[in-house]
Ligand binder design. Structure first.
Ligand SMILES: Cc1ncc(COP(=O)(O)O)c(C=O)c1O
Length: 358
């Protein structure tokens, strides 16, 4: 993945975590900063945050952690029983690619990545990794890990999730959903967090990309897996002593459904961007746009030119001097930001065309 820090005048399309924090989150944190409070989550604010999360999602338990990698490690940790167990995931998953092998190191488990056309697993793809079951030479699959929204901006429908769940139940597998962008998925599907939660045994609910300063929740849907959750969180170094400030961020997002408004705004801006750039000759949408990320195939030269002024990732190089770029929107991306980028994309096409004609 190539990285470039560009003109700070323009809104960054590099990631939804380039955005600042939402005012409601800051207000909730400021409100929590009053007097003393008992530490380690025993305070009233933390109790309320957990209760709100459980009510919104149907979770039996909700534990807060500092970041998305920790949420994934903690979530998987609740579900793995033995060191020989393995996790089936998409090859493109953040878990597999962008967590520096955290779960392999900390949990000692093997990841079994699967190539997918669009970042999504399905029963047939999962089945390709079950051949070694019962073979003492092979790690034994225990968990299927999905991301919702996926790392390439696609979103599982509820029907797709339920089909995976049926398959997993029939095959003695548990489901973990990386919900770093769960809010964007709920906004995209028009469903509740509880609808999504019901499709998993454990899942994360990302706050950071949704307007928090930095907090993620691990939601335990299958109650029996919650046994020991608090000990695991401590061992995994995710028990903040001033937990009230993590918890206040969650309250800032859940109160008045700020999380949903934030996700809707980010998704709407991605839709606007996808519509604008797909009308530009030479720009092709690479993956279905089903959240807050637009993945587009453009010329390599064009990408380099654009990156001089705009911050975004080149996701993958493809044939014929082209590449797939990723443009992410956030809760604070505006129509003017999107229109500015779309105009720059159009101008870059014209520039490269004229330059090559000279
Ligand atoms: C799908 C997904 N999961 C998890 C994360 C969270 O990772 P971090 O540990 O950086 O908070 C990200 C962040 O980019 C992500 O895209």
């Amino acid at each position: 993945m190539l990285w470039h820090v560009a003109n700070p005048i323009h809104k960054s399309f590099g990631s939804d975590n380039h955005a600042g924090a939402h005012p409601s989150v800051l207000a909730a944190v400021a409100a929590a900063n009053s007097g003393d409070a008992v530490p380690y989550g025993a305070d009233d604010i933390s109790q309320r945050a957990e209760q709100m999360l459980c009510e919104a999602t149907g979770a039996a338990r909700a534990i807060l952690v500092f970041n998305g990698t920790a949420a994934n490690v903690a979530g998987l940790s609740l579900m793995l029983r033995h060191p020989y167990e393995a996790v089936i995931c998409a090859q493109t998953s953040h878990l597999n690619i962008d967590e520096c092998g955290a779960s392999e190191r900390i949990l000692g488990c093997k990841l079994l990545p699967v190539d997918t056309p669009d970042g999504k697993l399905n029963p047939d793809l999962i089945a390709t990794r079950l051949g070694g079951r019962g073979d003492e030479h092979r790690a034994q699959p225990r968990i299927v890990q999905l991301a919702q929204v996926t790392e390439v901006g696609t979103c599982y429908s509820l029907a797709e999730l339920r089909a995976i769940q049926d398959f997993c139940r029939a095959n003695d597998l548990l489901i973990y959903i990386d919900g770093a962008r769960l809010a964007n998925a709920a906004a995209q599907l028009g469903c509740s967090l509880a609808d999504l939660g019901a499709c998993a045994d454990v899942l994360s609910f990302g706050g950071t990309k949704n307007g928090a300063l930095g907090v993620e929740a691990v939601l335990v849907m299958t109650g029996s897996l919650a046994d020991g959750a608090m000990y695991q969180r401590k061992q995994l170094m995710q028990l903040g002593s001033k937990m009230r400030f993590l918890s206040a961020q969650v309250i800032g997002l859940l109160d008045d459904d700020v999380w949903l408004a934030n996700a809707r705004q980010a998704n709407a801006m991605a839709r606007r961007l996808a519509a604008a750039v797909s009308a530009i000759p030479g720009v092709e949408i690479a993956y279905a746009m089903e959240g807050n990320g637009v993945f587009a195939s453009i010329g390599q030269e064009q990408a380099e030119l654009l990156q001089q002024d705009w911050n975004f990732h080149v996701w993958e190089a493809t044939a014929d001097g082209r590449c797939v770029v990723r443009w992410m929107t956030a809760f604070d991306t505006t129509e003017a930001d999107v229109d500015g980028l779309a105009a720059a994309v159009e101008a870059s096409v014209i520039h490269v065309k004229h330059a090559s004609a000279r």
